[in-house]
Design a protein around this ligand. Structure first.
Ligand SMILES: Cc1cc2nc3c(=O)[nH]c(=O)nc-3n(C[C@H](O)[C@H](O)[C@H](O)COP(=O)(O)O)c2cc1C
Length: 365
């Protein structure tokens, strides 16, 4: 029976353990949204992960939604990420880039030519957006993407995938989760389109599937993963029938021979709005999707070592990604192996610049 330290195959790679690093935005890119030596050190410190999935990384300027988050569409950004991949490989690690388009979770201030952020439909995300100068204003109403906008975005996914290859990554993950652009197409609470990208589940899933294909054209499907959040309400996305919607996506992507599917369970805060329960909300465990997908299944969100071991032993997942625990414990797999205590995370420094709370968490002994 496999445990957390049984090697695992992901696409063409044999990885030494099943303790993966979940994508975690840290907002420490430079003014050109490029990574540098400090980011390389941070990722290299965590190279003991079976697989590192990087923080969400924009495929284009139109994909930006937060200050300080890195991109992978300019030469400087490719060079910055190359420092990271070289440093991780020098320590024997493997790293996939999480490719991201925020869609409506953005503002004119980030967009090319000061245009409106793009989404499946002209909706407005509730809440406040943090601008490049760190002031906060309400989210603007998004522009409904034309079919030409969608085609251009698919070209951006392809271009970013090519940039990721030149930057030395081992593969790429489509950020299909957490209320960002692909999720804004998938969920009927946001997607109000009446064309071939809206209405039926097949139509709403088209964006996810085309974006995955765009990445696979560059990398081959066996080096592409996809992250999904069937239980997620982050980003104010809702779906009237998440089991049917995500079941279709899992089965369709499952037939593509991907490196993995990364299916999140509910995160803290999911299913609640301003602290109040969302009516009809349903949390769907990874085990629900297991029979639908024969490939490598990663799960995540709120796992302890013990819970991860149970999932892997029972077969509900093949690997577990850890977010906050990896932020605070660069040597997390080794701590799990030895049954050692974990460092305490400092949420105040999750998104602040510099080394503090980034590269200064202590290693064991
Ligand atoms: C600081 C922080 C940044 C995050 N950034 C991302 C991200 O860039 N992409 C993503 O898919 N999820 C992101 N997440 C979600 C994590 O990948 C993960 O799903 C979440 O932390 C729950 O897992 P955990 O309980 O192991 O931390 C972020 C979470 C945190 C705490």
């Amino acid at each position: 029976m496999p445990d957390l330290f049984t090697p695992i195959t992901v696409g063409p790679y044999t990885l030494p353990n099943r303790v993966f690093m979940a994508p975690c935005t840290r907002c420490r890119a430079d003014a050109d949204l490029a990574q540098g030596p400090l980011n390389a050190l941070y990722y290299a410190q965590r190279a003991g992960a079976g697989l590192i999935i990087t923080e969400a990384t924009q495929i284009s300027q139109a994909g930006i939604g937060y200050p300080g988050t890195p991109g992978i569409h300019t030469e400087k950004q490719v060079a910055g990420w190359k420092l990271v991949t070289d440093a991780v490989h020098a320590k024997g690690g493997r790293v996939f880039a999480q490719l991201w388009h925020c869609g409506r979770v953005s503002h004119h201030a980030f967009q090319p030519g000061g245009g409106a952020p793009l989404s499946s439909s002209a909706t407005t995300k509730p809440g406040l957006v943090t601008l490049p100068d760190y002031s906060k204003v309400p989210y603007p109403t998004a522009k409904e993407m034309t079919v030409d906008d969608i085609r251009a975005t698919m070209a951006d996914y392809r271009h970013a995938a090519e940039c990721a290859m030149r930057a030395g990554f081992d593969g790429v993950e489509l950020h299909g989760a957490n209320g960002y652009l692909p999720d804004q197409f998938l969920r009927d609470g946001v997607n109000r389109r009446t064309d071939t990208y809206g209405g039926s589940i097949e139509n709403r899933a088209r964006f996810h599937i085309e974006a995955t294909r765009a990445l696979a054209e560059v990398w081959g499907a066996s080096r592409v993963g996809v992250r999904l959040s069937p239980s997620g309400t982050f980003g104010d996305v809702r779906d009237s029938d998440p089991k049917a919607t995500f079941g279709y996506v899992v089965k369709t992507l499952g037939a593509m021979g991907l490196a993995y599917l990364h299916i999140m369970e509910a995160m803290e805060g999911d299913g609640r709005n301003d602290g109040k329960p969302i009516e009809g909300y349903e949390s769907i465990p990874a085990s629900y999707f297991r029979p639908m997908f024969k490939g490598t299944l990663i799960t995540n969100a709120g796992f302890t070592k013990e819970k991860a071991e149970t999932y892997i032993r029972v077969g509900w997942a093949d690997a577990v990604a850890f977010g906050v625990a990896f932020i605070a414990n660069p040597d997390l797999p080794e701590r799990f192996r030895r049954g050692a205590a974990l460092n305490t995370p400092d949420p105040a420094t999750f998104y602040t610049p510099g080394e503090k709370g980034y590269t200064d968490y202590p290693f064991l002994g």
